[in-house]
Design a protein around this ligand. Structure first.
Ligand code: HSE
Length: 436
C-alpha cells in the first residue's frame, strides 16, 4: 500500500526523536499501522543546524506554511510549541483536510475547543497524546480504558523540571536556582523555564486531563496555579521531619457541587507512591469509582519518550483514516454534545490541611498568639516544630501543620497572623494532600 506522507513542523529534540523512531522501528510501525509512515516535508527555523537524526528523504524548508499547504502531506505533526503561529498552522492544516498530531499542551489547553470544532467541521482528526506527561499514554488510558468509571479525582506529577528540582533539593540539599540551570542544560525545561517553575506548563496539562476525566470543556483560566519558586530547601527538610515530601502536583477533584482544578506544591506522606516519583519522571494517579486508584508512571519529557507518544498518535490516525468523524474516539472522551458545563469552584472553597512556615520573635507568649488566631477561626493544629534561631537573628522559624480547613478560612487567618507585631514578613503556606 502507498506510504503515508507526514509533514513535520519543527525539528528540535522531539522532532529528531520522531525521525529516529520512524526509521529504527519502521518494520513494527508499518505492521501495526497497516501502511508505512514516512516523513517527507519538514519545516525548521534554521536549516544549517546540526541535527541528531538523518535528514535523507526530507524536503526541508524554513516556511511552515509550505508544509501545511503541501497537497502530498496527509498528516501534519506540529512540534514547534507555543500559541502562535502553532494555532494558525494547525487550523490551516485542518482546513486543508490534513490530520494533525501535536505535542503542544499550551495550544490544546487554550485553543483545543476551537481546534476540535474545526476538525469536526473538516472531517479530519487531531491527536495530542504527547501533550501530557510525555511518553506515558495517560490520555489513552483515561479516554479509552477507564470509560466504565466515574473519575473521582486525579493527581499528577506532570512537570519533570519542577520534579527534578524538588528531588535534588530533597536528596542533595541543593539550591533551587542551581538545579534549574542544570535542568535547562539537560533539555527538560521549556523554552521559557518560568512555565515550569511557576506551574503554567503543569496547568496546561491538568486542563487537558481534567476535561478528559470529567467530560467538561477545557478551562485553563479556571485552574488555580502556583509554582515552586517560594519553596526553600529548609521547607523540604522540615516537611521531611514531619513525615512528608514536597511535590509539585496537578490536582483535579470531582466534588459535591462542581470541580476543583489546581496546580501547586503539596506535602504528601513519605510513603505515598507519588511522593516517591523522583527526578524528571512523571506519574499520574487516577481514581475511578469502579477500578479504584490506578497509577501511570514514566518519562514525561525527552526526545524519544515524547516521540514515542507522537508516533503512537500517527499510528492511531492511520488506523482510523477511513472512519467518519462521529465514529472516532471523542477528543475529550465524551462526545462534544455530551460535555457537561463543569462548574469549577473558586479556590477559597477548597478544603485541605496546611503546612505553615512563619518567623516569630523569640519571646514568651508568641506561639500562644499564633495558636489563638488559628483557634479563634476553628483551625486545629496537628503538629508544631520550632527551630533554633540563627546566631544574631531574633526571629525563629516555626512550622505548623493544621487539620483540614477551607482555604477562605486559612486566607483570613494568615492575614491576621501577618499583622501580628511579633511575626516577621510573609507566611508561607503549602497544602497537605493525603490522596487516599
Ligand atoms: N518542560 C516540560 C517538563 C517538558 O519539564 O515536564 C514536557 O512537557
Amino acid at each position: 500500500m502507498k506510504p503515508v506522507n507526514v509533514g513535520m513542523l519543527g525539528l528540535g529534540t522531539v522532532g529528531a526523536g520522531v525521525a529516529n523512531i520512524l526509521e529504527r522501528n519502521a518494520d513494527v510501525i508499518t505492521r501495526r499501522a497497516g501502511r508505512e509512515i514516512r516523513i517527507t516535508r519538514v519545516a525548521a527555523r534554521h536549516l544549517d543546524r546540526p541535527r541528531s537524526c538523518r535528514l535523507e528523504g526530507f524536503q526541508l524548508t524554513t516556511d511552515p506554511f509550505e508544509v501545511v499547504d503541501d497537497p502530498e502531506v496527509e498528516i501534519v505533526v506540529e512540534l514547534i510549541g507555543g500559541y502562535e503561529p502553532a494555532r494558525e498552522l494547525v487550523l490551516r492544516a485542518l482546513d486543508n483536510g490534513k490530520h494533525v498530531v501535536t505535542a503542544n499542551k499550551a495550544l490544546i489547553a487554550l485553543h483545543g475547543n476551537e481546534i476540535f470544532a474545526r476538525a469536526r467541521e473538516t472531517g479530519v482528526t487531531v491527536a495530542f497524546e504527547a501533550a501530557v506527561a510525555g511518553g506515558i499514554p495517560i490520555i489513552k488510558a483515561i479516554r479509552e480504558a477507564l470509560t466504565g468509571n466515574r473519575v473521582e479525582w486525579l493527581a499528577g506529577i506532570i512537570n519533570g523540571t519542577a520534579n527534578y528540582i524538588l528531588t535534588e533539593m530533597f536528596y542533595e540539599g541543593r539550591e533551587f536556582g542551581e538545579v534549574l540551570a542544570e535542568a535547562q542544560r539537560l533539555g527538560y525545561a521549556e523554552a521559557d523555564p518560568s512555565f515550569d517553575v511557576e506551574g503554567i506548563d503543569a496547568a496546561h496539562k491538568l486542563t487537558i486531563l481534567a476535561s478528559i476525566a470529567f467530560g467538561i470543556p477545557l478551562q485553563y483560566d479556571k485552574v488555580h496555579i502556583e509554582g515552586i519558586d517560594h519553596i526553600t530547601r529548609e521547607d523540604v527538610a522540615w516537611a521531611q521531619e514531619l513525615g512528608f515530601r514536597i511535590k509539585h502536583l496537578g490536582l483535579a477533584f470531582h466534588v459535591e457541587n462542581g470541580y476543583t482544578l489546581r496546580v501547586h506544591p503539596a506535602l504528601l506522606p513519605v510513603r505515598h507512591m507519588l511522593a516517591n516519583v523522583d527526578g524528571v519522571m512523571n506519574a499520574v494517579m487516577v481514581k475511578g469509582d469502579a477500578v479504584g486508584p490506578t497509577m501511570y508512571y514514566g518519562a514525561g519529557a525527552g526526545a524519544e519518550p515524547t516521540a514515542s507518544a507522537v508516533v503512537a498518535d500517527m499510528v492511531d490516525v492511520v488506523r482510523e483514516f477511513n472512519l467518519e468523524p462521529e465514529n472516532r474516539v471523542p477528543y475529550l472522551a465524551f462526545h462534544s454534545h455530551a460535555l457537561s458545563k463543569g462548574v469549577v469552584l473558586p479556590m477559597h472553597e477548597v478544603e485541605t490541611a496546611y503546612y505553615l512556615r512563619l518567623f516569630a520573635r523569640d519571646e514568651p507568649g508568641v506561639l500562644a498568639d499564633v495558636t489563638r488566631v488559628l483557634g479563634d477561626r476553628g483551625i486545629s493544629i496537628e503538629a508544631v516544630i520550632q527551630k533554633q534561631p540563627e546566631p544574631g537573628v531574633d526571629h525563629i522559624p516555626v512550622i505548623l501543620l493544621t487539620h483540614k480547613v477551607r482555604e477562605g478560612q486559612m486566607d483570613a487567618a494568615i492575614e491576621q497572623l501577618e499583622n501580628l507585631e511579633r511575626i516577621d514578613g510573609r507566611i508561607v503556606r503549602i497544602r497537605v494532600e493525603n490522596l487516599e
